[in-house]
Design a protein around this ligand. Structure first.
Ligand SMILES: Cc1cc2nc3c(=O)[nH]c(=O)nc-3n(C[C@H](O)[C@H](O)[C@H](O)COP(=O)(O)OP(=O)(O)OC[C@H]3O[C@@H](n4cnc5c(N)ncnc54)[C@H](O)[C@@H]3O)c2cc1C
Length: 574
């Protein structure tokens, strides 16, 4: 009975879905990715966008000279070992990407792409290349991130095979022109920006399943396939891939960001679910990182080195993924709490009870309000936990009842649960689209999304201290957490036209990151570094770890062409 009323609340929908307007971004993307127009730079120069960027460029040109030198620092070190690394030079602006960086405006150097390279790329890619300004602008503008870059790519290519990628990368390396691999563009921290111009390698045309090995429970795919499309393909075989980041994310981008999602609490992150990769290195070599065996102790773990490398070490052109059986039965449950700390305490107690939940998601009252507004729902606007339990029917129900008891011991109320497939689907869809739901409250605003993760025992303390701070802020902020992993997001909405709002959003982001770091946590649980989190890495990892990363980067990409300016702070020297 209780569940029926909850289901009715969830399903009551008098307001048209907000997502129809949000999905415009995706449809624009699809339109652009299909329209492979070849136009000349002269045509591009006529666009308004071009004029804007040129204006920004000209004003940056002189002030960015030191950064241009810094960007090529790694290359110089390798090529001329007896000269000091340029990043030792005193004229580098250490505020860029460093601890004091504001981080949202991504600067870079710019050099015109030589005509020779463009001719080579046209010969390699045939029709799958564009210099159309709108297309380049689209690829140089983040779809889901508040970061902006001063440049856009000069060329966008759409390779169809590992061999084509290899030729593209080798040509770019010969001409020392930067490349940025590009998947679903759902990353949050400015990962796909092209602050130095160059070549954007859009991998979305490489989107095929190459082999499904049902008995081995693995699948070999090209990197441009989306996780949602892959799961549609796998469903008839009773299998699924258990990582669920942003709708539209591709397997290649998911490997490159070491993503996770709501199911990571049971199945692990991308790190745990990739068996092997095929990767094109900066010199054009194609490397296979491992066999298809489920486990191996053969040498350095190159697979894990590439996972989370954010396109800075190689372009992933093939992925072998571990699959899971679709569970026989599952139950979803929701429970309300008077405070967010009570909800966090129940998430922790559930994990400590040893129950293998497959999802524990926490939403604060503001996020529930956004969901109601965007979806025309009437869910109680209080801190809420959402669970999923899987297994046999009896086992899922048994786990549900144990957690119901735990919740009741921590002031939980209205515990409702359901096994109805449609209700479950709708519930997780709503949760997945929570970011876009927030824009129903402030349609013209941008969102700054925090992504900290702490040891589980510190989660309640972190959420409490962060919630106090965001509640005291004039900005609208919502809280969502993958609570079973200690991973917690705040969505801070701000008007990009009002500088003081952006500054306040930044302040909240800094506050939450520093609170997490002080609790032995990380500045990014799953979204990755991109450009936005670069400034926190020294504090989190220390200079020795960063120098080691830079040595690896220098060895694999001596000309620093692979997604330069991302992940490794520019002030780190060998
Ligand atoms: C609404 C929403 C919800 C989200 N929820 C989650 C979540 O729950 N968990 C989570 O972890 N993330 C989440 N994200 C973030 C995002 O979906 C992930 O970071 C995702 O893994 C990015 O994949 P992508 O294909 O969009 O990559 P892109 O954004 O295209 O690229 C990301 C990075 O990967 C590199 N890259 C892309 N393809 C390749 C390749 N073939 N080879 C080498 N490098 C490559 C790019 O250069 C870039 O550095 C969410 C985002 C949104 C918008």
């Amino acid at each position: 009975m209780v569940f029926l009323s909850w289901l009715a609340r969830l399903r009551s929908s008098s307001v048209p879905s907000f997502y129809s307007s949000c999905s415009r971004r995706n449809s624009i993307f699809r339109k652009h990715s299909r329209a492979l127009l070849l136009s000349t730079p002269t045509e591009a120069a006529s666009s308004d966008h071009q004029r804007n960027v040129s204006r920004i460029l000209s004003s940056w040109a002189y002030s960015l000279l030191p950064m241009a030198l810094a960007a090529s620092a790694g290359a110089v070190f390798i090529q001329s070992q007896n000269k000091p690394s340029l990043c030792d030079a005193s004229n580098i602006d250490h505020r860029i990407g460093d601890k004091d960086s504001t981080g949202y405006e991504v600067k870079g150097s710019y050099q015109k792409v030589p005509q020779e390279l463009i001719d080579e790329l046209k010969a390699i890619c045939q029709d799958n290349i564009t210099m159309d300004y709108e297309e380049r602008y689209f690829h140089g503008t983040p779809q889901h991130s508040f970061h902006k870059a001063v440049n856009v790519p000069d060329v966008v290519v759409y390779p169809r095979s590992s061999e084509e990628v290899s030729k593209i990368v080798k040509s770019c390396n010969d001409h020392k022109v930067p490349i940025v691999p590009y998947g679903g563009a759902t990353s949050i921290e400015g990962h796909t920006l092209s602050p130095n111009g160059g070549v954007c390698i859009d991998m979305t045309q490489m989107n095929h399943v190459k082999a499904l090995n049902i008995e081995d429970m693995d699948v070999v795919v090209e990197p441009g396939i989306g996780w949602m499309e892959l799961n549609e393909y796998l469903e008839p075989y009773g299998l699924f891939f258990p990582l669920d980041p942003g709708p539209g994310a591709t397997i290649g981008g998911m490997c490159a960001t070491r993503c996770s999602g709501s199911l990571a609490v049971r199945y692990g992150t991308m790190r745990d679910n990739v068996i092997s990769l095929k990767v094109v290195l900066a010199n054009g070599e194609i490397v296979k990182t491992a066999s298809r065996a489920r486990k191996s102790a053969a040498g350095y773990d190159l697979t894990r080195l590439l996972i989370g490398s954010e396109g800075t070490l190689g372009v992933i052109t093939e992925v072998t993924l571990r699959l899971q059986k679709i569970p026989q039965s599952s139950v979803v449950a929701m429970c309300n709490f008077p405070t967010i700390k009570d909800a966090a305490d129940v998430a922790i107690a559930t994990m400590l009870s040893g129950i293998q939940v497959s999802r524990v998601e926490l939403l604060d009252e503001v996020q529930v309000k956004a969901i109601n507004l965007a979806n025309g729902k009437t869910l109680p606007e209080v801190p809420t936990l959402m669970f999923e339990f899987v297994g046999t029917e009896a086992y899922s129900l048994e786990q549900t009842l144990i957690v119901q008891k735990i919740a009741s011991e921590h002031n939980g109320s209205d515990f409702v649960f359901a096994g109805d497939p449609e209700a479950k689907k709708e519930l997780w869809k709503i949760r997945k689209e929570a970011l876009w739901a927030c824009f129903a409250m402030e349609p013209n605003y941008e969102a700054m999304i925090t992504d900290v993760c702490v040891p589980l025992s510190r989660l309640a303390a972190l959420i409490s201290v962060s919630k106090q701070e965001i509640d005291a802020s004039p900005l609208v902020c919502t809280v969502i957490a993958h609570a079973g992993d200690g991973n917690f997001h705040t969505l801070v909405l701000f008007d990009p036209k009002q500088e003081e709002q952006r500054t306040e959003a930044e302040r909240l982001n800094h506050f939450i990151v520093h609170a997490a770091l002080s609790m032995d946590g990380t500045c990014t649980g799953e979204h990755g570094v991109g450009t936005g989190k670069v400034k926190y890495l020294e504090e989190e990892l220390g200079m020795e770890a960063l120098r080691t990363m830079k040595k690896i980067k220098g060895a694999l990409d001596p000309n620093n062409i692979m997604n330069p300016g991302k992940l490794i702070p520019p002030h780190v020297c060998f």
